[in-house]
Design a protein around this ligand. Structure first.
Ligand SMILES: [Zn+2]
Length: 156
């Protein structure tokens, strides 16, 4: 099991695409956290759709297979890895921004999730606190579920 890079907090083994791997190699060379506000716009190749006091709203550079939308909400104010490190105002701000996105894109149903803390439990590739919002098709149109790694099964 790999440790997150001391310099960047990236967990390289959890990268899913070649594009991600290349970008992570560049970030490692530069020695920064790619989701910290002062670096985010430089490394993230997708436009920032909206910005609030606490969050950037953007899309994932490598959307999960089969999604119509794959939004990311990236915490702006500091390098943190857990929701316990942010203020109640910033937590409320996140839900307001999720609601704004749901209305703006006329999303009838979707899922959002936030990995946090010790990456050994989560399968995330960037430790810096962020939330995913994913939207796919209906179970009437498709038989294939979108599958997301959110943790590891307890060994039986
Ligand atoms: Zn950071």
């Amino acid at each position: 099991m790999s440790e997150p890079s001391k310099k960047t907090g990236l967990i390289h083994e959890n990268a899913r695409t070649e594009e991600q791997k290349k970008l992570m190699a560049q970030i490692e060379q530069d020695g920064v956290c790619p989701f910290c506000a002062e670096h985010f716009k430089k490394y993230h190749p997708k436009p920032i759709i909206k910005e609030t006091d606490s969050w950037f709203l953007t899309t994932n550079m490598s959307p999960y297979e089969g999604t119509t939308y794959h939004f990311l909400f990236v915490y702006k104010k500091a390098h943190v890895i857990s929701p316990s490190e942010i203020t109640p105002e910033s937590r409320a701000d996140l839900f307001d921004l999720i609601n704004w996105t749901v209305e703006k894109y006329d999303i009838k149903g979707g899922s959002f999730f936030m990995r946090f803390g010790d990456h050994h439990y989560t399968g995330g590739s960037v430790e810096h606190l962020h939330t995913h919002l994913i939207v796919g098709d209906t179970d009437e149109s498709s038989q294939d579920a979108i599958r997301v790694k959110l943790g590891w099964k307890v060994a039986s």
